[in-house]
Write a protein that binds this ligand. Structure first.
Ligand code: ATP
Length: 706
């Protein structure tokens, strides 16, 4: 989908938004004020008018719409809010007659079976509704006639769709493309791009490199000054090495087929000992509770240790982070990295980039864990936090820099980081990092002054999904003889996740969600929705239903996002409503359920979302609401994902897939089908994990990748 299509998608007839916004004072929140057990207030912020390029125009405004705490200065902004939305008028927010609900029997297997059976039609569900009057909170309502319609169209930034069709131009309006201006805050119409997940990149047409955090500091009064300093992670050893248990299916990883393509691939290793890591690293691995390698580790570790570039694709939750961290650290130890000193310009040996703040923080914590007791210092920097804080972290010494792309480019622009010493460049969620949203920034990164050429550095790309187009683009980043490791089906879903797809029309989604959540009880559940507004809306709705819920999305302030994640992690809020900002990489213990209240627009996103459960050999469940009005484009790839993961495929879904079958459909449209192989189509070998691959030489024409 090109830009024009994107335009067509997001410029819709006027639909009013009715996001309840809350005044801080009225919250009946928990200790941290971040849960949603609150009394709704109101806000004129809800009247967004026509849903257009909201985030192009309102990057600063966005913050005001988020729920929860905010800095004192910012909270003042909401005092004059007027009522626009709330609860109650909507016809679809009435009582549900659950008395006949078969799911109330408490038998979980029955519940799931029942759910599949009861999957049926919207009509059958609406007939179960009782007649309770709507909840009346404020003026407006959840179900204002058009009910969810605003969410079906609004905030198209959340949409993805293949390579260049899914996201907005990264440097919107920049003109020269050299300007990175983040969260300019004033809605001054500079244009720009509110990233699908997290970063705000706007272009003013000036040749400047300006941080979202700098507004106040640099005298740009239009930009809000971001003062948030994340609390330091606990320093005690127990916390550093805290981990959860591998699940009953961990050993089954060994049976997954692994494909290695590219020439002269080193053989896989079967044990950590075979990696010949130094004693400190081995100690850290043991303290982390790792006794056995996962398949992606068996293959990737020797490849990286051999100095080869790598594109690795392995199912969600199967240990990709350690697969790159351990060999990189081993190299650094071998090279005798000395503790970096306090310096104004730091020159890290390794840069790791990931698309979301929470994910990069998680990777940093893993890096800190595995480098414990060594001279290697890892640092994390990401948007939404005080820029000065990032600088202070870096100047104290930095061997491994973990960063989100926006903050990384800012810090490079401020000359706090020199790139000359970079030997390892890691892109986690690499397909996301190379797509339309972040691809241009990554290209800038590799062409920054001082950045060693791809021949001089080692580049490592990891993800659970690798669309063919992205694989082709990746050639620009990788040496021509890079190796490709595919554990299982490229882009396939984790088999430990029991997937259920049910047909639910948009007007029935909320009540069905409540039914499911009531049956789930306190088990940790992530509920994915398609837009930020809807995340707030659903979280608020669930709290009204007395289901303790929090939310995470790109319009929440970073402090709120971290608080939300913390509340979810510790079980204080067992339900987390999220946009795709939380779809990738997050490794949260005990997430037993994922619910796609809205299906994402691409199958890859679906695979990542459901991969928040069923991690590391544990089992999980994912249930997805399929709305035939809007999700038919996903039927075909869904059938493939389900059958590849040996899941039941509903007959109705097959029918839809068949009726919407597009011959030659290969993936650039919204419901893109993942790649099945290394796109170089070289000779490859299929092995079960643990057995070395044969090496198949493949001539690769470098030019064909550039
Ligand atoms: N060899 C191992 N033994 C035990 N636990 C492991 C091992 N490797 C990784 N883990 C644990 O498995 C969990 C998932 O790992 P990780 O987050 O790296 O998965 P991932 O493949 O990157 O997933 P995603 O695709 O969702 O990003 C983590 O808690 C990690 O500590």
């Amino acid at each position: 989908m090109g830009d024009e299509d994107w335009e067509a998608e997001i410029i819709k007839p006027h639909v009013s938004s009715c996001v309840p916004v809350f005044e801080k004072d009225r919250y009946s929140s928990g200790a941290n004020g971040d849960t949603f057990n609150r009394t709704p207030a109101s806000s004129s912020e809800m009247d967004d008018g026509p849903v257009r390029r909201d985030h192009f125009m309102r990057s600063g405004f966005a913050a005001e719409r988020s729920l929860g705490n905010r800095d004192a200065g910012e909270s003042n902004k909401r005092e004059n809010t007027t009522t626009m939305g709330g609860f109650g008028v909507g016809k679809s927010f009435g009582n549900r007659g659950f008395s006949n609900n078969k799911f109330e029997e408490g038998d979980s297997s029955g519940f799931w079976r029942g759910y599949q059976d009861g999957n049926d039609s919207e009509a059958s569900w609406t007939s179960r509704r009782g007649g309770r009057g709507s909840f009346r909170g404020c003026r407006g309502g959840f179900g204002l006639g058009s009910s969810n319609s605003e969410y079906e169209h609004g905030e198209g930034t959340q949409r993805t769709g293949g390579l260049f069709g899914s996201r907005r131009p990264t440097l919107g309006g920049a003109g020269n493309g050299d300007t990175y201006q983040r969260r300019s805050g004033s809605g001054s119409g500079r244009g720009g791009y509110k990233g699908f997940n997290e970063e705000v990149i706007t272009g003013s047409g000036k040749n400047s490199l300006k941080s979202e955090t700098e507004g106040g500091e640099s005298g740009d009064t239009q930009a809000p000054k971001i003062t948030y300093i994340p609390p330091p992670p606990p320093e005690d050893e127990d916390s550093i090495f805290a981990h959860y248990q591998t699940g009953i299916n961990f050993d089954k990883y060994d049976t997954i087929l692994v494909e290695v393509s590219g020439h002269d691939a080193p053989p896989a290793i079967l044990t950590f000992e075979e990696a010949h890591l130094c004693q400190t690293l081995n100690n850290n691995i043991a303290k982390a509770g790792y006794t056995k390698l996962t398949p992606v580790q068996k293959y990737s570790i020797p490849i990286i240790l051999a100095g080869r570039d790598l594109m690795a694709c392995a199912q969600t939750g199967s240990g990709k982070t350690a697969a790159f961290l351990l060999p990189v650290l081993a190299h650094m130890m071998r090279d005798g990295i000395t503790a970096s000193r306090f310096k104004d310009l730091q020159e890290p040996e390794c840069i790791i980039v990931a698309p979301t703040r929470e994910l990069i923080n998680q990777i940093y914590l893993e890096a800190r864990k595995f480098s414990f007791g060594t001279c290697v210092r890892a640092v994390v920097i990401y948007g939404g936090t005080q820029f000065g804080h990032s600088v202070r972290q870096i100047v104290q010494g930095c061997n491994i820099l973990c960063a989100t792309p926006g903050r990384l480019m800012d810090i490079i622009g401020k000359e706090k980081i020199g790139l000359r010493q970079v030997k390892y460049l890691v892109l986690d969620e690499a397909d996301r990092m190379l797509d339309m949203g972040f691809g241009p920034e990554m290209k800038k990164l590799i062409s920054c002054p001082g950045m060693p050429s791809k021949e001089q550095r080692q580049t490592l790309l990891f993800s659970a999904t690798f669309p063919e187009e992205i694989q082709r683009l990746a050639g620009e980043f990788l040496k021509s003889d890079y190796l490709f490791v595919a554990v299982g089906q490229v882009g396939g879903a984790c088999k430990d996740v029991q997937q259920t797809i049910i047909q639910v029309g948009q007007y029935s989604k909320r009540e069905k969600l409540v039914e499911i959540l009531r049956n789930i009880g306190d088990e940790r559940t992530m509920v994915f929705v398609e837009t930020k507004k809807k995340a707030d809306f659903i979280a608020t709705f669930l709290c009204q239903e007395k289901i303790s819920t929090t939310s995470i999305h790109g319009d929440r302030e970073q402090r709120e996002r971290e608080q939300a994640l913390g509340d979810f992690r510790c079980g204080k809020c067992p339900v987390l409503v999220a946009t795709s900002v939380a779809a990738r990489g997050l490794d949260i213990e005990n997430v037993q359920h994922v619910i796609n209240l809205d299906l994402p627009s691409t199958i890859d996103e679906y695979v990542h979302r459901i991969g928040r459960t069923g991690r590391c050999g544990n089992t999980g469940r994912a249930i997805s609401f399929f709305d035939p009005e809007s999700d038919n484009h996903l039927a075909q790839p869904l059938v493939k994902v389900l059958s590849d993961a040996q899941q039941d495929v509903p007959a109705w879904l097959e029918e839809i897939a068949f009726s919407t079958y597009v011959p030659g459909f290969s993936g650039s449209a919204r419901g893109n089908v993942f790649s099945s192989v290394d796109t170089r189509k070289g000779k490859s070998t299929l092995n079960t994990a643990g057995f070395s691959s044969s090496q198949a030489p493949i001539p690769v024409d470098d030019e064909s990748w550039d």
